[in-house]
Design a protein around this ligand. Structure first.
Ligand SMILES: Nc1nc2c(ncn2[C@@H]2O[C@H](COP(=O)(O)OP(=O)(O)OP(=O)(O)O)[C@@H](O)[C@H]2O)c(=O)[nH]1
Ligand SMILES: [Mg+2]
Length: 353
């Protein structure tokens, strides 16, 4: 350091140029200290499919667990093009300006969404992505919905431990990923387009029923009248369905992600949701239910994986499939034979329920 005019502290001098391997202690301290570089590396760790990384990630998560659960977990969904990214930019900026720390995560199991879209998001979330109190992390590409959902849940826990008090979870498209999204958020917001057909927007698939609020986006310019009509239609349609959250009267509102209009009113509604339902224990119960479902899903996924990895099952599966298709065996008998091959006999008792 001589002659450079800088005196390195002991800590600095010990830091190598390349990012060194972090220990679980480093991860825990860095995440709790709100260090976004360490947070990003902790997320990469939980995303890894290596067994060694999994053990490390679980140690880190276990130690961070007491510092999790304190955020507002808000899901956002709607068909491609409805304006989710534009909305998250506007809503996220509104929240950070009000003093919140906001993490934005996505659940996106489709490999179809390439870097192009994520780059598009970077330009659509330009202001938010530069804000020191915002953290935006797209889903790591690939994998099954179960795998993606698990990584998103764990990423959410890391963000909570890092002090983000609002987590915005976006799911792309309309379908199975909405169900996964519902299973990890407190409040689910559905964005709709004014004047687009119901079919197109997943309304027939029951997505409206699982939402806590419907926001007709792009209620600006020439669209305003159509948006008001859409709101009236949605309001009357909601009368015929059960609320997604017991005790909560769903709201249908108008917004323009482009101008920011309608966003403060939406935030008021979300705050009212927590104010009314938290004291009744509704949010806690929902989260407990979600944890139990998650446990059950993890066990099922792993059993499924182990079962079909079994050499005897793999050898016999095509034989039994052929016998089934040629009418030589019933489906139930074929299943019983496979299960007998894939599990120790003791485990099969008790399946006769
Ligand atoms: N007029 C108007 N246009 C909007 C509004 N919100 C979004 N848009 C436009 O709609 C288009 C799609 O917006 P995005 O935010 O990319 O939509 P998205 O839902 O994220 O789309 P995907 O990422 O493909 O799922 C963009 O051209 C936006 O500028 C709005 O409130 N009003
Ligand atoms: Mg988008």
């Amino acid at each position: 350091m001589e002659g450079t005019g800088q005196v390195a502290t002991n800590a600095e001098a010990s830091l190598p140029r390349r990012p060194r391997t972090l220990t679980p202690d480093d991860y825990v301290t860095g995440v709790l200290g709100g260090n976004s570089g360490v947070l990003a590396r902790a997320i990469t760790l939980v995303e890894s499919s290596s067994r060694i990384h999994e053990a490390q990630a679980q140690e880190v998560l276990q130690r961070l667990l007491p510092h999790t659960g304190k955020s507002r977990r808000i899901g956002i969904t709607g068909v491609p093009g409805v304006g989710k990214s534009t909305f998250i930019e506007a809503f996220g900026c509104f929240l950070v300006e009000a003093g919140h720390k906001v993490a934005v995560l996505t659940i996106d199991p489709s490999s179809a969404r390439s870097h192009g879209s994520i780059l598009g998001d970077k330009t659509r979330m330009e202001r938010l992505s530069c804000h020191p109190n915002a953290y935006i992390r797209p889903t790591a590409a690939g994998g099954t919905l179960g795998g993606v959902a698990r990584r998103t849940r764990e990423t959410m826990l890391l963000c909570e431990a890092a002090g983000y008090d609002i987590v915005l979870l976006e799911s792309v498209g309309v379908g199975q990923s909405e169900i996964a999204l519902r299973s990890m958020v407190d409040f689910l917001l559905l964005l709709l387009l004014p004047g687009a057909g119901d079919e197109l927007q997943g309304i027939k698939k029951g997505i409206v029923e699982i939402a806590d609020a419907v926001l007709i986006n792009k209620a600006d310019g020439d669209n305003l009248l159509k948006a008001q009509q859409a709101r009236a239609e949605q309001e009357s349609a909601l009368h015929y369905t059960q609320p997604a959250t017991p005790g909560w009267n769903r709201t249908v509102a108008l917004a323009s992600a482009l101008t920011g209009e309608g966003i403060p009113a939406l935030w008021d509604a979300i705050q009212r949701f927590y104010r009314e339902l938290e004291p009744r224990g509704t949010i806690t119960r929902r989260r407990q239910q979600q944890l139990l479902e998650w446990l059950s899903d993890l066990v099922q996924d792993e059993l499924h994986r182990l079962f079909f990895q079994n050499a005897r099952v793999r050898a016999q599966l095509p034989v039994l499939q052929e016998a089934l298709l040629s009418g030589e065996i019933t489906a139930v008998r074929a299943a019983r034979e496979l299960l007998a091959l894939g599990m120790p006999a003791d485990n099969l008792t008790g399946t006769e329920t």
